[in-house]
Design a protein around this ligand. Structure first.
Ligand code: IVH
Length: 677
């Protein structure tokens, strides 16, 4: 080899090595070398380039973004949670959104004014100003706790570090979306999958100097805490902060009818490709901040806003095979393995076929030419089959009636509709190894035990190596064995140990959510935790003798119905579930549920409603009661303090029951009087 060639080979090798470490750090969250080693490697590359100028002309290292592996950022609790948005995909969804708002507010008389803004496809960050000075900058994190990325945010020159203007609130929290322009992305695109990843990567650099190398931009779109509050409309808020020097999106506008919504949606959709930043839809927000407050949030998203997505990107490809996947609840999902095709900038090789009925309805067969679509981050789906391109020897797909584990599968009968479910499910639980593995992925996820560095791929790897077979194994990992594995070094092992250790302290609601009882999502887990309060009480569900009594008490909880109770019963009727749950409990330190119940006029009061109200919807009455410290029950019981009877169609049976039990019955007006007393 000539001298020059040797240098090129060494140079390429080192760059490849650096890229690998970037990938481990950025994408896999598993750095395997120390900061120092990483810096050394980077310096060697730069030195080589300096010493041998011809290497520079290869342009291999140009614009290459690197970052020393780090131990991440300091975690800080948000002043107000950073929620996400629910989605609308068509006019009907938008009509529904408005209808729900009107129902909640119990009004039909006027058009609700909405403020429409482009939904920027970037990374959200929140900026906190105290007396006009930028003092904190956080990433979204899990919505409750974010990461301290202040120094990196400060490198974005258009973000005010000090606000100039009059009437600046003492405390001002600006929610914003950080992004990289399409033009700037073009220059660095070889290192990242898409602009969003690039922005995320840049924001997460430990060294702000690295962040400053990628030209980030932002738009401010909302607020968290403001003290004192001085705004009454979203439009007013944005125009004011615009005057204070924040960048706000110029395409925003007030709309107030479904026709205007549709018009704006198609207008911006047409403009979309000519914008210099990625947007994936429009956000519609109730403009009046008082109404926003009345509407409040569900557990994950505000009732007063929605993201109206643009139609998905489509592509044509061919089905190579149809395989079956088993989810953590046993749902059997058919997946089409397709010839790789690029849809909206992402290479797709799998598409979901949803369920058995869908395959039969569309008569989807192996070998078919199909159209697929990919919307946002969701798994691409098969839209249609081109029958004309079908090989006449192709056969109908026969859906297997057994799970991959060999157990029989069943379609359940939906309790409400009395119809057979479309989804076929494995009849086993942890006994099915496919379900067991998926349950583990759920348990380590962000909303559950939240173990950084133990992602889905690692769970698969550890499962295959028999390192983890049930949740409690996570806490007994054989690190010596892991150390010998490709891609695992001292640093990543230390980080994993730390993350696992940190996950041991968990609140009861998160624990209940983590064990993955079907139909018990985050919201229901909170309701149950507020009922059980401690893990000892919750554990009594394992005891057959006590279970029946407990379950009969659960029915009074608003939000918990027959479906949930049956599911809890099923879960605890299975000996293996009980054993696995006990093993897990033994590894954890589960804290009592601290009810966030606010003090207020209904503090410690248990209330039930029957009949419609004159002045507001039942949902709003419920939300007001809860915000004032009360608990709303779903059925009459001795524990009730009040039965509030609205004047429109109250249930006579409930009033009779309340009378028999000697429960105080009050009217809507009396309820309001207590509230305003
Ligand atoms: S409002 C309570 N407005 O979309 C949530 N969000 O899925 C209120 N986003 O985390 C969000 N542009 O990062 C809002 N004009 C806009 C937005 C926007 C982008 C992002 C934001 C948020 C996510 C919600």
């Amino acid at each position: 080899m000539s001298g020059k060639k040797v240098y090129i080979t060494t140079f390429k090798k080192k760059i490849k090595e650096l890229k690998r470490h970037n990938d481990l750090y950025f994408n896999k969250d598993r750095p395997i070398i120390s900061d120092g080693d990483y810096d050394r490697l980077k310096r060697e590359i730069l030195q080589l380039q300096e010493q041998h100028k011809f290497l520079k002309s290869l342009n291999l290292f140009d614009n290459f973004v690197g970052s020393p592996p780090t131990n991440k950022f300091k975690k800080i609790k948000h002043l107000r949670p950073m929620l996400s948005l629910s989605n609308a995909f068509d006019k009907k969804d938008m009509i529904d959104f408005i209808k729900k708002i009107k129902n909640f507010l119990n009004t039909n008389n006027y058009n609700i004014e909405l403020f429409c803004e482009p939904k920027i496809d970037g990374i959200s960050a929140t900026l906190i100003y105290e007396k006009g000075i930028l003092t904190r900058g956080l990433s979204r994190g899990d919505g409750v706790t974010g990461e301290d990325i202040l120094e990196n945010l400060k490198t974005i020159s258009s973000i005010p570090k000090k606000i100039n203007g009059d009437n600046i609130p003492e405390l001002l929290e600006i929610r914003s979306e950080i992004f990289i322009s399409k033009g700037d992305f073009d220059k660095i695109k070889k290192d990242f999958a898409n602009p969003r990843n690039a922005a995320g990567g840049s924001l997460r650099q430990k060294d702000p100097k690295e962040t400053s190398k990628i030209p980030l931009q932002y738009f401010a779109y909302g607020f968290g805490a403001i003290e004192p509050m001085q705004f009454s409309k979203q439009s007013e808020f944005l125009s004011k902060i615009g005057k204070w020097g924040f960048l706000i999106n110029p395409l925003s506008q007030i709309v107030s009818s479904i026709d205007e919504i549709e018009k704006k949606h198609s207008e911006i959709d047409k403009k979309r490709s000519s914008l210099n930043y990625d947007i994936d839809g429009l956000v519609f927000k109730v403009n009046d901040l008082n109404l926003q407050k009345r509407l409040g949030n569900t557990s994950s998203s505000p009732r007063w806003a929605i993201a109206y997505k643009f139609s998905a990107e489509k592509a044509v490809t061919k089905i190579k095979d149809i395989i079956i996947q088993v989810g953590r609840t046993g749902a059997i999902t058919p997946v089409a393995k397709v010839e790789p095709v690029t849809v909206g900038g992402v290479v797709v090789s799998n598409a979901t076929l949803h369920n058995e009925d869908e395959i039969y309805r569309k008569d989807i067969r192996i070998g078919d030419v199909i159209q697929i679509q990919r919307a946002g981050d969701v798994i691409p789906q098969v839209l249609s089959v081109d029958i004309n391109k079908r090989n006449n020897k192709s056969k109908r797909f026969v859906f297997p009636n057994k799970c991959l584990c060999g157990a029989i599968t069943k379609k359940e009968i939906n309790k409400n509709t009395k119809k057979e479910d479309a989804v076929r499910r494995c009849t086993k639980g942890y006994e099915c190894r496919f379900i067991a593995r998926e349950k583990l992925k759920h348990i380590v996820s962000k909303e559950a035990l939240n173990i950084d560095g133990l992602g889905k791929k690692v769970v698969d790897q550890f499962w295959d190596l028999n390192l983890i077979k049930e949740p409690s194994d996570i806490f007994k990992l054989d690190y010596k064995k892991i150390k010998g594995l490709e891609g695992w070094g001292n640093l990543s092992i230390e980080n994993l140990k730390k993350a696992i250790h940190n996950s041991k302290i968990i609140s009861l609601d998160k624990f209940i959510y983590s064990i993955g009882i079907r139909h018990i999502g985050q919201e229901n887990a909170k309701i149950l935790a507020a009922f059980f309060i401690s893990i000892d009480e919750f554990s009594k569900l394992s005891d057959l003798k006590k279970r029946e009594k407990i379950l009969s008490n659960l029915i009074e909880l608003d939000g918990i119905g027959e479906t949930q109770i049956d599911s809890i019963n099923n879960f605890f009727s299975n000996g293996k579930n009980i054993k696995i749950t006990e093993n897990l409990i033994n590894q954890l330190n589960i804290s009592k549920f601290l009810s966030t119940s606010k003090s207020g006029k209904f503090s410690n009061k248990k209330i039930m409603f029957t009949g419609g109200f004159k002045n507001m919807s039942r949902s709003e009455a419920k939300s007001i009661t809860e915000n004032n410290g009360g608990k709303v029950l779903g059925s009459i019981s001795k524990k009730l303090d009040f039965l509030v009877v609205g004047n429109s169609k109250p249930t006579k049976k409930k009033i009779d029951q309340a009378n028999t039990l000697g429960i105080k019955i009050i009217t809507e007006n009396e309820w309001e009087k207590i509230l305003n007393s």
